[in-house]
Design a protein around this ligand. Structure first.
Ligand code: AMP
Length: 355
């Protein structure tokens, strides 16, 4: 038996009924609704203003019903309505950002996964404490700029999608940086980026075992990042700057990737360490998460970030990925979420996967 995350009163809205899978109409909602429908759940799309028309173009991924709010921040006012509907909220990156981590943590509607993870993910220093204490290698952090020897990346706290990041080739270039808010200075890691989509189930039997449950790898992508990904065409960052363009890491899309098979044991080891540590720190990170890092030429994987819920890169794999096809053909992360809710419900273990 795993760790209960949700109280009985939180889950009382689900007593004896089929849950309704609800999420904000954005980010990975098509995949979430599509997966829920395939597992036989009713679905509810939370939207701002009238229902978005684009769902009409995707009948297999259109939610059964919509809940319209004037502003995402007003969603907590609809708490009773969501409870009456037997809603289980599926968090995704845009949902948490628009509603705000505070409201997400306190809303009295069952949420898929452990909402305590938000406090650890949204603060870059706490996130580092978690990952480093799990034995994961991260890019070096420079508290003292005089220690900088090579290229560094300066990241603002909570930078939205990589906007406003600053690259400095060396310590001299860092001196030109004029901060406009709290930031961290990190070693700029040269290598290849991988965004690995894992799923942790505390209730699964079999598979890649952890202390409780098992770990699955469902896909992998790399993000296309605005003008920085085209930088090589100009030869150097200075060329962009000469043209009056500041390099940005704003995500514009995703491409599928795979890792050398010989590196998979390392990928699983890193993911397992992060999950096991999360169990000790806050009861466990349940469901989908993404480990984001850079493989260096020495085949060292340095993790710069973790996303603790479904990431938009999983949208590449609605009908399965080169990894999820070995778990079950055609399994998307959205469907895996719905499957987890169905299994937990059948086993009377919803409190271990909802919070
Ligand atoms: P983050 O906000 O931490 O997810 O970073 C956004 C983007 O910046 C990533 O997708 C990477 O392309 C890049 N990046 C972040 N940290 C590093 C690093 N230490 N070295 C090189 N690139 C980085």
């Amino acid at each position: 038996m795993g760790i209960p995350l949700a109280s009985e009163s939180r889950l009382s809205s689900l007593n004896g009924r089929t849950p309704t899978i609800a999420t904000l109409c954005s980010h990975s909602s098509l995949q979430i609704f599509h997966g829920a429908r395939r597992e036989g759940f009713p679905t509810l799309g939370i939207c701002v203003g009238p229902p978005p028309k684009f769902y009409d173009a995707f009948p297999l991924a259109r939610p059964d019903r919509f809940l319209s709010v004037a502003n995402v921040k007003e969603l907590p006012k609809a708490t009773q309505e969501l409870r009456d509907d037997g809603a289980v909220i599926i968090p995704h990156g845009s949902f948490v950002e628009y509603l705000g981590p505070e409201a997400f943590t306190t809303m009295d509607v069952p949420v898929f996964g452990n909402r305590a993870v938000l406090g650890w993910e949204s603060d870059r220093r706490k996130e580092r404490d978690w990952l480093e204490s799990a034995g994961v290698t991260m890019p070096r952090l420079f508290e003292d700029p005089s220690e900088v020897r090579g290229p560094v990346i300066v990241k603002y706290y909570g930078a939205k999608g990589g906007k406003g990041f600053y690259l400095a080739k060396n310590r001299e270039a860092l001196e030109d940086f004029r901060p406009s808010g709290p930031y961290v200075v990190q070693e700029y890691v040269l290598g290849t980026r991988y965004y690995m989509h894992f799923f942790y189930s505390p209730i699964a039997e079999g598979g890649y075992r952890l202390r409780h449950g098992a770990l699955e790898l469902l896909g992998m992508d790399r993000r296309d990042e605005a003008n920085i990904d085209e930088l090589y065409k100009l030869g150097a960052q200075e060329e962009l700057l000469k043209a009056g363009i500041r390099p940005t890491f704003v995500v514009t899309g995703n491409v599928p990737v795979i890792l050398r098979e010989s590196l998979l044991p390392r990928a699983f080891d890193i993911a397992a360490r992060i999950v096991e540590r999360s169990i000790d720190l806050f009861g466990g990170m349940v469901g989908p998460f993404c480990i984001e890092g850079i493989m260096t030429e020495d085949l060292e994987f340095k993790v710069f970030e973790i996303s603790t819920r479904i990431v938009a890169g999983t949208n590449l794999f609605i009908s399965g990925s080169p990894y999820s096809d070995f778990v079950e053909p055609g399994l998307s992360t959205g469907r895996r979420i719905a499957r987890e809710i169905a299994h937990a419900r059948a086993a009377g273990r919803l409190a271990e996967i909802l919070s």
